[in-house]
Design a protein around this ligand. Structure first.
Ligand code: ATP
Ligand code: MG
Length: 477
């Protein structure tokens, strides 16, 4: 994809821009600054010399003899020392002395046209050809020669700018070298960035594309303990959770389809057999009953599914009241009287106190009890007992439904609350069960933020215990 390239490209471009900006800055601003600095420095040094000359030699220049050899010699020494040309000019611009043409024709006086010492302005120096006197640019420093409180002339020191330019350039070379080293070093940053950030990021991007394409089995192989490592780990986790969810969904649909198909197939089979006479009319009563049973099973399945769906999608709405759980247990048990009589099953009620008030949704709790008692009866042998018990501890009420039936194998105990789960043991006992009863029960208990647990031993029996919050209401009554 396009963006993969751009991030890296952007970084490279930024890197090049950094190098280029550095180069441009050095070659313009830095050059300017260094050059100006050197000029100022040089000018200051020359000015010192010029002042020295103007104070020390001024009188000898004017009142004695300018041609005095010792003065000349000394000026020449200064000339070589400062590598500059020394001029002495009077206020009219007449060149009285020049150190550069000391051997030349001394009779001929040179006049500097347009000479105006105020041109130097506030600075005591100027840059240029000095009124056309030089072919190359020079730095000229002026120092007035005072005598009797009047300016008699000027000492002018000229320094060829070429010298400063050369120094500046050699300093510039150092800058360029430093920049080059910095540039190479930052290349290292680029390499580190590539290895530490860019490559893992590309792996992650690729993985997200895979996920988007539905390939949730793809894993990101980044084994690092930094932010990127964590990101990769989170994405891996997300993908595995998503694929689990997907598996559950498929499983769920397979189960639903299966549960619908078997009763439908048997209904279809019996009705066809009746229609084409395979089942004689006198026998149809028996088979119609089977068909009716299967239809009931379908209805029950549909209702349970609808209920589960409602519980899940809307979040359960609970109609919380205070009610006597003992009474609800008695009522629910009574509703199973017919079934119990047929199987010769007895209820043993061990209820805590006369009345035991809890705070919950009465209708839903009734449903929970109904599901648990229904299971207990279904998976118990004839002629057995089911114990219904309530107890209370620290404001929590425990409700227990205990049978002495077939029991649940240890490995199944975690699974019985899953939708459609039925143990192999139970299949022979109950063909009508949908495996949704406990799933609904669990949802209801969870919605109350309470707990449900199972204790079971195969061949001995099963006990389901769930909790409810105790109500304080009975104390007020
Ligand atoms: P339905 O409740 O929709 O009629 P069901 O009873 O099979 O179907 P659940 O109530 O969810 O479904 O129970 C799931 C499974 O757990 C049962 O099929 C059974 O295998 C096992 N089970 C539940 N209660 C008991 C019990 N008291 N004794 C033994 N096994 C049980
Ligand atoms: Mg059940």
């Amino acid at each position: 994809m396009k963006y993969k390239k751009t991030l890296y490209l952007k970084f490279i471009l930024a890197y090049l821009a950094f190098g280029l900006t550095g180069f441009v800055l050095i070659s313009t601003l830095f050059y300017r600054l260094t050059f100006d600095d050197l000029v100022r420095e040089k000018a200051a040094a020359l000015y010192k010399e010029a002042t020295l000359i103007s104070t020390r030699y001024a009188d000898s220049i004017y009142y004695e003899t300018l041609e005095a050899d010792d003065v000349r010699d000394q000026l020449e020494a200064i000339d070589t020392l400062t590598q500059s040309v020394i001029w002495i000019v009077n206020t009219d611009g007449e060149l009285l002395y020049s150190s550069s043409d000391s051997g030349a024709d001394e009779e001929k006086t040179q006049v500097i046209e347009n000479f105006n010492p105020t041109d130097a302005g506030n600075n005591y120096y100027m840059i240029g050809s000095f009124y056309g006197s030089f072919d190359d640019d020079v730095l000229s420093v002026l120092s007035p020669i005072n005598s009797d409180f009047r300016i008699k002339g000027y000492v002018v020191l000229h320094y060829y700018l070429k010298g400063i330019t050369e120094t500046t350039e050699s300093i510039m070379n150092t800058y360029y070298l430093a920049l080059g080293i910095l540039f190479l070093l930052s290349l290292l940053v680029l390499v580190v960035f590539t290895v530490v950030v860019y490559r893992p990021l590309r792996k992650i991007t690729k993985a997200t594309e895979e996920y988007a394409d539905g390939n949730l089995t793809h894993t990101i192989e980044i084994d690092k303990d930094d932010e990127i490592g964590h990101l990769a780990a989170s994405l891996n986790y997300m993908a595995s959770e998503l694929s689990k969810g997907e598996d559950n969904q498929k499983q769920f649909i397979a189960n639903v389809s299966h549960d619908f198909r078997s009763p439908l197939t048997s209904i279809k089979g019996y009705i066809e057999a009746m229609e084409d006479g395979t089942i004689p009319p006198e026998m149809s009563g028996k088979y119609l009953k089977i068909v009716l049973n299967e239809t009931e099973r379908l209805t029950k399945l549909t209702n349970s599914l609808l209920q589960l769906n409602n519980l899940n999608t809307r979040g359960m709405h609970l109609d919380i009241t205070d009610f006597d759980i003992n009474a609800v247990i008695k009522d629910t048990a009574a509703s199973f009287e017919g079934t119990c009589r047929a199987k010769r099953i007895r209820f043993k009620l061990v209820l805590c106190g006369e009345k035991l008030f809890v705070t919950a949704d009465m209708g839903r709790i009734q449903q929970v009890l109904y599901n648990l008692i229904d299971n207990a009866i279904k998976f118990s042998d004839t002629n057995s007992q089911i114990k219904l018990e309530t107890s209370e501890k620290n404001d929590t009420v425990f409700v227990s439904v205990k049978d002495s039936g077939i029991g649940i194998p240890k490995e199944s105990q975690k699974l019985i609350f899953d939708r459609f789960y039925k143990t192999d043991l139970s299949r022979g006992k109950d063909k009508k069960g949908t495996g949704l009863g406990l799933a609904i029960t669990k949802e209801i208990i969870n919605a109350h933020h309470e707990n449900i647990n199972v204790i079971s031993t195969v061949g001995v029996g099963t006990e389901f215990i769930f909790t409810l919050p105790r109500s304080r209401i009975e104390e007020e009554i």
